[in-house]
Design a protein around this ligand. Structure first.
Ligand code: CA
Length: 656
């Protein structure tokens, strides 16, 4: 059989071989020692390469040949062991030594980094042996994961660079756009020294979780930063290593690890949990450590052997093959244990099979109490068609039915209902003037998908509600694009603000976990660009001066977050309770109102019309939210009647 591996075979051959020859049974390796296992006395190198005829270990002084002292130290033959694992034990303290493997498989010999690398050199080509102890910042042993009740979760999604690339952030110049910007505690606007920015700002906002756009090592930005390029980073190279362009030194493999931990510790100290955006569904390119180590194995293939393109990147990974499933599980557990990560957002989760996702949830839960509070959610869709078949493949409705009860999904139907279609810039939704969608709004309130999928999850923790994320227009830009063309609105700044406030209230007071793009609360704009993944950092970054031009809006968001926190009936809305929601009848067009609560009721009205709406009240009520304010302690007492201003949400609670 070994001889087969020497000869070059085509993609179709390998697909059949991996899927029809009991390959996964024969070669599945369940050990937890893949990678470079460091100790002071020796390092054990182990790489899974069952189709390789030979593997050599190369040791280097530096992470690339362009650095001072670059030198290949040794090339060592590795020994083939059970399950196609090749190993080598090297005596001595190897911390800081860079390494690669030279793998001969499928008729070719290539040099590759280690798929299980924990550290790497610049741009991730070479892996590095690392003594993890030496990367721990002071006090790391005391750093603890952050736990919040699921129903109080509020997620704020930010790109590490966007957070502080703006010099107005007041962050130290060497930390701008870096992990370490998150460690500066009392930053203020450069120009006034008063208004809080970055971490100090976040502490006041009331969010519980920061979700970082890709922070593993990705390929689209040159870590030497010679070209000043920007990217969101949905193009993984080393899944288990932090990205180097956010580190103060991308050449020393230990620096990015330590600084990432410093960022996590600082957010934790501020009471904020950290969610990683993980992109296990594809890699930067097929010229990856994975494909060089075991050609074709890690990638999903069509019947003819060609690579699947459900990610729109032409190289979908194969979560349904045993060793990539294991890889995903190992990787999330590693980030939890080594970096104290509190949650994961799975990019294009629809490309991962149901079993893998549920196995990941189980593996995390097996960590005990700490594991159960770690949140998992993802996009319940793919970017394009994929060979993955039912029942492994899931669509949105299956995500509710088949996925573990504590894996949540983004509800894009609610998103589009509130502010209009994501892919048609001028199309409005409820808040910006679309007529005749009152029934959709009711579905959104109950946490349901579009009409054709008549399912409602039991728990509100199964859904994420949002009106902006890194993809597509910012909420502000969407409102501008959808309204400016419509002359029936006097598109004053003020009107846009009211629409924005109403959209935010609908997110907070519908069934699901609230999620927002960083800066949505401050009128963030990308000047109408709806796909800024590789545009300039200036266009992408949070403009901290602009944020404070929207201070009233920011305060409104703060208020909404604290009002929601106080409303147990809404934040814990189960299917049973949602089915008992009393939608108020006889309201005018563009107005939806509901009452819920078994004893003292909560009353919520979303008025998207441009008229004042009058509603009679029985008994005494406390008004918590109107067009100007949102206060859990209440704005004023009301009885007999409430007048709801045009384009605004009102929330009232009964007091007798
Ligand atoms: Ca990188």
């Amino acid at each position: 059989m070994i001889n087969d591996y020497i000869l070059k075979k085509d993609a179709k051959y390998w697909k059949e071989y991996f899927e029809e020859s009991n390959f996964d049974k024969k070669f599945y390796y369940d050990g937890n020692d893949l990678g470079a296992m460091y100790s002071k006395e020796k390092t054990l190198f182990k790489v899974w390469a069952p189709t390789a005829v030979e593997v050599y270990l190369n040791l280097y002084v530096t992470g690339s040949d362009e650095e001072v002292n670059a030198q290949l130290l040794e090339t060592l033959p590795m020994k083939r062991e059970e399950k196609g694992v090749f190993s080598y034990i090297k005596r001595g303290d190897l911390h800081g030594i860079y390494y690669t493997y030279t793998v001969t498989a499928n008729g070719q010999t290539v040099e590759t980094g280690d798929v299980y690398a924990k550290a790497c050199g610049v741009n991730g080509h070479r892996s590095m042996v690392v003594d993890m102890e030496r990367t721990n910042p002071d006090g790391w042993e005391k750093d603890m994961p952050i736990h919040y009740p699921l129903e109080d979760t509020q997620i704020w999604e930010v790109h590490i660079g966007d957070f502080s690339n703006d010099v107005a952030s007041g962050v130290k110049s060497t930390y701008l756009g870096k992990y370490l910007a998150f460690t500066q505690e009392n930053t203020t606007l450069e120009e006034d020294g008063v208004h809080s920015t970055c971490l100090a700002y976040l502490k006041q906002l009331g969010i519980t979780h920061v979700q970082l756009l890709p922070s593993f090592d990705y390929g689209s930005v040159d870590e030497q930063m010679k070209d000043g390029s920007f990217n969101w980073g949905y193009d993984p190279i080393n899944y288990n290593v932090p990205e180097g362009s956010y580190a103060t030194d991308a050449f020393n493999g230990a620096t990015r690890i330590k600084e990432y931990k410093q960022m996590v510790a600082s957010l934790h100290k501020a009471g904020i949990a950290v969610v990683m955006d993980v992109v296990y569904n594809h890699t930067y390119s097929l010229n990856s450590h994975f494909n060089k180590t075991v050609p074709f194995y890690y990638y999903r293939q069509w019947e003819d052997g060609s690579f699947a393109n459900g990610s729109a990147c032409s190289n979908d990974t194969a979560s349904d093959r045993a060793m990539f499933r294991k890889y995903m599980i190992d990787s999330v557990l590693y980030w939890i244990k080594e970096y104290h990560i509190d949650g994961f957002r799975f990019d294009l989760m629809g490309l991962h099979d149901v079993e893998t996702m549920n196995e990941i949830r189980k593996a995390i839960d097996s960590l005990g109490e700490c594991g159960k509070d770690i949140i998992i959610y993802g996009e319940p869709w793919a970017a394009a068609d994929s060979p993955l078949k039912e029942p492994m493949k899931f669509a949105k409705k299956d995500a509710i039915v088949q996925l573990h009860e504590r894996i949540a999904v983004f509800n894009d139907d609610t998103r589009d209902c509130i502010k209009g279609a994501y892919n048609k810039l001028q199309d409005p939704g409820f808040v910006n003037g679309k007529l005749g969608i009152e029934e959709e709004v009711k579905r959104a309130i109950k946490g349901m998908f579009a009409r054709e999928w008549d399912v409602q999850p039991d728990s509100p923790a199964k859904l994420l509600n949002y009106v902006s994320a890194h993809d597509n227009s910012t909420l502000w830009d969407k409102l501008v694009d959808s309204v400016i063309k419509d002359r029936s609105y006097e598109t004053k700044h003020e009107t846009l603000i009211f629409m924005n406030k109403l959209a935010a209230a609908m997110v907070q007071f519908s069934k699901g976990i609230p999620f927002m793009q960083a800066g949505e609360e401050g009128g963030r704009t990308k000047l109408g660009e709806d796909n800024s993944y590789n545009l300039s950092k200036e266009l992408n970054q949070i403009d901290w001066n602009r944020m404070y031009k929207f201070e009233d809006l920011i305060n409104y968001y703060k208020g909404l977050i604290s009002v929601r926190k106080s409303l147990l009936d809404i934040k814990t809305l189960t299917k049973e309770a949602a089915d008992k929601i009393n939608f108020i009848e006889g309201l005018p067009d563009q107005v939806v109102g509901y009452e819920l609560g078994s004893q003292l009721k909560t009353l919520v009205i979303f008025n998207a019309s441009n008229k004042v709406v009058e509603l009679p009240l029985k008994g005494e009520w406390r008004l918590l939210v109107n067009e100007c304010e949102a206060k859990p302690e209440g704005i004023k007492l009301m009885s007999k009647k409430v007048y709801i201003s045009p384009i605004c949400a009102n929330v009232l609670v009964q007091i007798g």
